[in-house]
Design a protein around this ligand. Sequence first.
Ligand code: FUL
Length: 468
Amino acid sequence: MITQIYFQKLIRKFLLFVAMKRVLLIFLLYNGMGSTYAQLVKPTPRQLDWQKMETTAFLHFTVNTYTGREWGDGTESPKIFNPTAFDAEEMIATLKSAGFKMAIITAKHHDGFCLWPSAYTEHSVKNSPWKDGRGDIVKELAAACKKYGIKFGFYLSPWDRHEKSYGTTAYNTFYKNQLRELLSNYGEIAEVWFDGAKGDQVKMDYDFAGYWSMVRQLQPKAVIFSDAGPDVRWVGNESGNAGETSWSTIDLTGLAPGKADEKYLNVGDPEGKFWVPAETDVSIRPGWFYHPEEDQKVKTGRQLVNLYYQSVGRNSVLLLNIPPNQSGRFHAEDINSLKAFRSILDETFRHSLLKGNVAKALTDQQLATYMTVKTGQPLIMELKKETSFDRALLQENIAQGQRNELAQLEYWNGTAWTKLISFTTIGHKRLLRFKPISTSKLRLTVIKARTNQVQLAEIGLYRASERE
Ligand code: FUL
């Protein structure tokens, strides 16, 4: 009897052990799956705000505008800088009406000439004839941006070919002093641009960590751009081409300003542990600075629209450079192209043909309202009538991370589903161009996605402007 009871106890203990092991196994498995969700990297609020701007402007302006060079060597006399008709308001108003949401000025380019009267150098506007040395380009542009309701940022070249302390540790102090002036005296700064370009004659050990922490401290809303982020990364080329596959995540190991793996920066990395989306900087002209001989080489509105598809349409932000001319204004050719650019985009994207045909969340232009599309479970979209279109737009709710890896659109040709187009990343925005098709039924299938689902925030179908 005693042995029987003992035996029963033993069996119970054994069964309990087996059950516990199972629970533990299930727990571990579930936890493993759960952690995939938890690991999705997400943007900070300042990165989200930055991404939503989509089109931003760069203004390259310095002594080069007067010497015809692209890189000044620092020996230029401040006396040559004289933009007699400088008109910040006119330029910013032009940018505003062309849909640009921010302007970034080259406060100091590699030549070291400062567009503001820095207290730390004589190489600035204060020794130029412009406004008898009492002018401040940075101040006027910052004020104009404020007036027209667009954001303002600056480029402060770490490479300085004029400053004598360059190459020594004293230069880091000099650079920080200038950075502090720009971060403290010109209102809210939305982006600080750290260029990686530098000469190899003089070795300089930049204190980027120190520069960046000063930006964080004095302008916590500003995003920091460089080849290696930390907020926004270089797209890896200056031709206006974000990757066909474009991840906002990246692994920063081994990256530093001036030390860029261009292909890696271009595509990003789905496994990357850091959210550092790509910014596409490109000039409206062959050079970054204004040169009169390039007046007939200004990109047309149509070419700019193509750049928009290749940047904003590939999960990036377009930073289009429009350089002021010697008088301190935009040239008429550039203004014409900007106007055409905006009117073509407006014509194409004014009205989505899907509106009223799918769930409101997908066409309300609110990224926070979305529909979860699981891999292998197609989203079917029926149109009220046969409709012809040649452009598609998709957006993810990136506040919760970037997920789509591969998806396809198919249309109903009357008897069967026919492939229209397949594509990789979506991210903030994916724009697709294809030959016009006519259909009343369409389906989106997510084939591969991180966490096996996509938070689809927006989907649209359009008919491209004849002028595209
Ligand atoms: C480069 C610079 O060397 C060019 O002059 C220009 O400013 C471009 C945006 O970045 O690295």
